[in-house]
Write a protein that binds this ligand. Structure first.
Ligand SMILES: [Zn+2]
Length: 143
């Protein structure tokens, strides 16, 4: 396995937020910082080229969005990165996004466990719709 001296590259990145800030891709609370461009990409070029061609930045990202880029192609701009995340959310949560709304009338014959399950899925569906809406709007630069 190739060894990367991350500390050499780390100093190139401008920090544009902190862990806990909204994820730049979906708006959920972040738990990671996303290297844009990825260190694996930047280490293939000279540091002067990296600084000339890119504006290396560390963006707050939730772990789900950050890991969505693992193995993905390199997207050159943040709008493309957000579109990619939106596509990932649409694919991964297709059934959840289409989950129907249930009325209290619909649920009155069901067991409390079933009602809890349905309400939890409705909450996940609502949260996922909000993440998708956020991912679909253009990237707003953070300085
Ligand atoms: Zn996210």
């Amino acid at each position: 396995m190739r060894k990367t001296n991350i500390s050499v590259y780390q100093s190139l990145y401008d920090k544009r937020g902190r862990i806990g800030d909204p994820c730049v891709y979906c708006g959920s609370p972040s738990s990671t910082l996303d290297h844009v461009p990825p260190i694996s990409h930047i280490e293939t070029m000279s540091i002067s080229d990296a600084l000339c061609d890119f504006d290396p930045a560390l963006y707050p990202a939730c772990s789900e969005c950050n890991s969505a880029f693992l193995g993905a192609k390199w997207f050159h701009n943040m709008n493309d990165r957000k579109s990619f995340v939106a596509d990932c959310i649409k694919k991964k949560y297709k059934r959840i996004l289409n989950f129907p709304k249930w009325t209290d009338d619909d649920l009155k014959e069901m067991s409390p466990e079933m009602v809890d399950e349905i309400r939890a899925t409705e909450r996940l569906s609502d949260d996922t719709k909000k993440r998708l809406e956020f991912a679909l709007i253009g990237f707003v630069s953070i300085k």
